[in-house]
Design a protein around this ligand. Structure first.
Ligand code: NAD
Length: 525
């Protein structure tokens, strides 16, 4: 019904995907996204949609992933609301021209960077957090003044259909159309020309997205996945570390891009860690996680079979049970997993936690650096030198010490991968900047032509030397803060000077007075 309604609003001719792209382009070219008031109004409407429709969204996620009603705000909606509120609050500052340093030759000119909308953005989302991963980038697109075609994942079908039904009711229909469908629809969308493609999903599809975007020289943001390692140092509180790791690994049934994929620790730590994870699982999900309302399900049969095949040949120390009829896989822990195994080559993206033995922190660093750069790295350690060593000698999209996942919740931190885990970043101001064109602006006046003479022909040694000296002079910070400092320093200097002069005058005056009286005295006596 909703699908027909969407189709009937499409102009005739071309595929639905092309029509959505064209419609968004025409709406963008109308110029209505340029005023900040319009963007603010759309952001308020998006916020309204999320708060008014929280129950519908939670129901859709229950159907897609058996997500608990309490986890929906905790894992997706509150973060989204915060992102929208931040954008509403800061938009005028983010969108304002930013003054930059000047050279001697441009001292009297206006030199600034002016954020500009890119145009039409294609947002392709993944299924594991279907709302945060489509609406998160959309917040940045709206704030930056772009139009956006939103393509949610076909795997989280209920969320996808709900998003397609809701978004046009709250936001401008033409500027932000939702296109649903699978691989062929996404491929058709990728054949259209966009000004930016924001893709969240697997690295293998990320490569295809980048190839398709290259045909139009369209820049991409790729929020990809991979194996995020977690190192547990023997000096840390294993009980607390186990609780945090257990939460981050098994929340959303292990289907989180920044979930700790595997744990590296010394053999002496393994037994302790396993016992603590066992106790934590009991605490979180009870003796039978299958009947816990807080424990999720695998998104579809294909992923269910994939995860079971990764577990083949292992004897789980915890869990291992499954039920195909419900796509249930118990929280599972495997110990002493060989580094060369298939389980250690592919991203697990399910509730299976392998423990890999390393001899010490150096061995762990070597292990991490031999593999693709991860999206997240987790380090449990209390020794400051050990923490510093890990930060210094490894790389990853983000790093979190003594916890998991929480860096995602901070809008001030840029979220994104490096190398195989992705390119580009978003959240908060970073989303705005990622989806803006930072235009360089130099506005000169036609006066003071004498300043320019040294660069014009005919050149001679003196002119060339003068031009080179001017070009080599350091850049000058003329920002407001520097200006205020300069003015304050000048005022203080002038006040001090005046005080000094007054003191000198008084002193000279006293001296004169003394001489005057002494002269009279001498005259009479
Ligand atoms: P998915 O299968 O839902 O695919 C994501 C999108 O790509 C969907 O919209 C889908 O239609 C499209 N797609 C799939 N195959 C395609 C093809 N051949 N050509 C064009 N488009 C295609 O999601 P997924 O890839 O299974 O997602 C899981 C992966 O995403 C994991 O690797 C996970 O780590 C990663 N992920 C990353 C982040 C992040 O923020 N970095 C967040 C969530 C998930």
């Amino acid at each position: 019904m909703v699908y027909l309604a969407v189709c009937s609003t499409m102009p005739p001719g071309g595929s639905l995907e092309r029509q959505a792209a064209t419609r968004a382009r025409q709406a963008f070219l109308s110029g209505r996204t340029r005023p900040l008031e319009f963007r603010l109004q759309q952001l308020h409407a998006l916020l309204k949609m999320i708060t008014e429709r929280e129950t519908d969204i939670a129901t859709a996620l229950k159907q897609d992933l058996n997500r608990s009603q309490y986890d929906t705000p905790l894992l997706e909606l509150t973060g989204l609301e915060n992102e929208i509120k931040l954008a509403i609050d800061k938009l005028s500052v983010w969108a304002a021209p930013r003054a930059v340093e000047r050279s001697v030759l441009t001292l009297s000119d206006q030199v600034y960077v002016r954020p500009q909308p890119l145009g039409v953005v294609l947002i392709i989302g993944a299924w594991n957090y279907p709302w945060a991963l489509t609406l998160g980038p959309l917040v940045g697109a709206i704030a930056a003044g772009n139009a956006a075609v939103v393509k949610p994942s076909e795997l989280s079908e209920c969320s996808s259909l709900l998003l397609r039904a809701l978004l046009p009711r709250y936001l401008d229909k033409d500027l932000y159309p939702v296109v649903t469908g699978g691989v062929s629809e996404t491929q058709e969308l990728l054949r259209q020309r966009f000004d930016h493609v924001f893709y969240t999903g697997s690295s293998s599809v990320g490569r295809l997205v980048m190839e398709a975007a290259a045909a139009h020289l369209t820049p991409v943001t790729l929020e990809l996945g991979g194996k995020s390692p977690c190192y547990v140092h023997p000096d840390c509180n294993i009980r607390v570390a186990a609780r945090r790791i257990t939460w981050g690994k098994f929340v959303n049934c292990g289907q989180t891009c920044i979930a700790p994929d595997y744990v590296l620790c010394e053999p002496s730590v393994q037994n302790q860690l396993i016992e603590c994870i066992r106790l934590t699982l009991l605490e979180f999900y009870g003796a039978d996680p299958k009947s816990s309302p807080d424990y999720g399900r695998i998104i579809n049969q294909r992923h269910f079979n994939r995860i079971l095949s990764l577990m083949e040949g292992y004897n789980p120390v915890i869990g291992g049970q499954s039920d195909a009829s419900q796509r249930y896989i118990a929280p599972t822990v495997l110990r002493d997993v060989p580094p060369q195994s298939r389980l250690m080559q592919e991203e697990i993206f399910g509730p299976v936690l392998p423990l890999v033995a390393v001899s010490d922190i150096d061995d762990a660093i070597r292990f991490i650096n031999e593999r693709e750069k991860p999206l997240a790295l987790y380090v449990f350690c209390t020794d400051q030198k050990g923490i510093e060593k890990m930060l210094e000698e490894t790389t990853s999209g983000g790093v979190l010490v003594n916890d998991v996942l929480m860096h995602y919740t901070l809008s001030s931190l840029p979220f994104g991968g490096v190398g195989h885990s992705g390119m580009g970043r978003y959240h908060g101001k970073h989303s705005f900047e990622q989806l803006s064109h930072m235009r360089s602006c130099l506005v000169r006046s036609l006066a003071m032509e004498s300043v320019n003479l040294s660069r014009y022909p005919p050149q001679d040694r003196r002119r060339a030397r003068r031009a080179r000296m001017a070009m080599r002079a350091p850049l000058i910070d003329m920002s407001r803060r520097t200006f205020v400092w300069a003015v304050s320093a000048t005022v203080i200097a002038v006040v001090l000077m005046v005080t000094l002069v007054v003191i000198l005058l008084i002193a000279a005056g006293l001296n004169c007075t003394c001489w005057y009286w002494r002269g009279i005295y001498n005259y009479f006596w």
